[in-house]
Ligand binder design. Structure first.
Ligand code: SAM
Length: 200
């Protein structure tokens, strides 16, 4: 069964993994990483791809669960970061059923370049699902891609404002919103970063 949002990811996983691993965790997250918890924290990386961020966070001393529904990318992640204590889970948005069954709560939930793969109904369901996996003092950090949709991918227009509004329905508010150009230097692509936490 094709998981919605994963179209186009399975067929060239080694090339994609190489692209994802050509930049570092710090390159990608430098606008927001000061808001990430100190290790050791419980981290959930959803749509982890080849595990670049999961591996960096595990190296920092966090306990990392990496969720990736595309089998071929999960395999690349396992191969590339074999020595790292990352727990790989085959699950997917919007429901994350397997994760919810485990009853774990997380201090940091990352969705890097994933949210725009969900349509509005899925984004509503997914926000509820994320809020349910977040510890009382936890944070969610998402990056949203703006720009043309690559051929063969399923992507929707998303914005920081809409994301914050959806988060508000689940008692979450934005701690930081940032915008930046593309880490891979593609001129037509921009990114928003949104960090969310429970409103106090
Ligand atoms: C652009 S890649 C980003 C990978 C990684 N986070 C990174 O920053 O390098 C998007 C990832 O989202 C995953 N994805 C797509 N639809 C998904 C869904 N419904 N649930 C969870 N992950 C999904 C894809 O399989 C892919 O690994």
């Amino acid at each position: 069964m094709m998981i919605r949002g994963t179209q186009g990811y399975g067929s060239n996983a080694p090339e994609l993994a190489e692209q994802y691993e050509s930049i570092t965790f710090d390159d990608v997250h430098h606008e927001v990483m000061h808001l990430f918890p100190s290790p050791p924290a419980r981290v959930l990386d959803i749509g982890a791809g080849s595990g670049r961020d999961a591996a960096a966070l595990a190296t920092l001393g966090h306990r990392v669960v990496a969720v990736e529904p595309t089998d071929a990318l999960r395999r690349e992640g396992l191969r590339l970061h074999a020595g790292k204590p990352i727990e790989w889970v085959d699950d997917h948005l919007p429901d994350l059923q397997r994760l919810h069954r485990r009853k774990d709560r997380f201090d940091l939930i990352l969705l890097t370049a994933v949210w725009m793969h969900l349509d509005i109904e899925e984004r509503r369901t997914a926000m509820k699902s994320l809020a349910g996996l977040l510890d009382a003092n936890g944070r969610i950090s998402m990056s949203l891609r703006h720009g043309p949709v690559p051929e063969g991918r399923r992507m929707f227009e998303v914005s920081a404002d809409e994301t914050i509004e959806l988060a508000g329905s689940h008692g979450l508010g934005a701690v930081q919103v940032a915008e930046r150009d593309d880490m891979l230097g593609r001129p037509d692509i921009r990114w928003s970063f949104v960090v969310l936490e429970r409103r106090r």
